[in-house]
Write a protein that binds this ligand. Structure first.
Ligand code: ADP
Ligand code: ADP
Length: 228
């Protein structure tokens, strides 16, 4: 379970991007966070595994308060994996396989276990065969899939994806939504931000709406989209 309790966050002690946001996401849910550009979606997501520390408020993962020392962060980041909007912010290694291996290696797993996880994750996202490829040779959609594989290889309980469908062609979107639904069926809690509402009723069991750093609505897709 993931809980955000009344978090506030300002950039440069100036612009308040989050003005007291609270939400709870239960294990096994697949939720969508809707909001226009600038609403604060990315800022909120960066709080979900401690990349940002809120000015006020708290984050709880499985009932445990998020702490910001190195050791705690490693533990929480294994549970909550974030796929950034721009894969270039996430992919650094010289080859695809080294990139996907980065997280599992950090967990101190054996080489054999790391290899298994890398192969499995690349297979899941349809990127087997690209192990030795340099990420800069990949298309935007392929990079995104490698970024997702890197998170999957950590075997997270919760996956948070910032605008995962942005920039994909329709087939890429369909494939991605299918993959995320499968992962959700296997027990991974999924949190997606998007400003593309069309597909949301297809996958989300619950929707949150963020406007100007405040959550203004929360409900089933039916509740949210049938509002006058
Ligand atoms: P969204 O993901 O919904 O598009 P963001 O969380 O990226 O929204 O941004 C929320 C607000 O915070 C916006 O007004 C944005 O301009 C501002 N903001 C985001 N990142 C920074 C930053 N690094 N420095 C200053 N302001 C920022
Ligand atoms: P591009 O940026 O080149 O459009 P995409 O990721 O959108 O890259 O898709 C490239 C090809 O890979 C498409 O034909 C798409 O159908 C396929 N593809 C995309 N996602 C998956 C997936 N999860 N599993 C298998 N094939 C996929």
């Amino acid at each position: 379970m993931l809980e955000v309790r009344d978090i506030k966050y300002s950039y440069n002690n100036d612009y308040q991007a989050l003005k007291g946001v609270s939400l709870k996401i239960e294990k096994g849910e697949m939720v969508a966070l809707l909001g226009k550009n600038g609403a604060g979606k990315s800022t909120l997501f960066l709080h979900l595994n401690g990349i940002y520390e809120p000015d006020e408020g708290k984050v709880f993962i499985d009932g445990e308060e998020l702490k910001y020392d190195k050791k705690s962060l490693l533990k929480f980041r294994q549970k909550v994996g974030i796929v950034f909007q721009n894969p270039d912010d996430q992919i650094f290694a010289p080859t695809v396989e080294e990139d996907v291996a980065f997280g599992p290696l950090n967990l101190g797993l054996s080489m054999e276990e790391v290899q298994d996880r890398v192969e499995e994750a690349l297979d899941r996202v349809g990127m087997s065969g690209f192990e030795k490829t340099a990420p800069h040779h990949l298309s935007g959609g392929q990079k995104k899939r490698v970024a997702i594989a890197g998170i999957l290889a950590m075997k997270p309980e919760i996956m948070v994806l910032d605008e995962p469908t942005a920039g994909l062609d329709p087939q890429g979107v369909t494939n991605l939504v299918k993959l995320l639904k499968e992962l959700n069926d296997e027990g991974i809690t999924i949190v997606i931000s998007t400003h593309e509402v069309d597909l949301v009723p297809d996958y989300a069991n619950r929707v949150f709406v963020l406007v100007g750093g405040e959550l203004i609505a929360e409900g089933t897709p039916k509740d949210i989209f049938s509002r006058p």
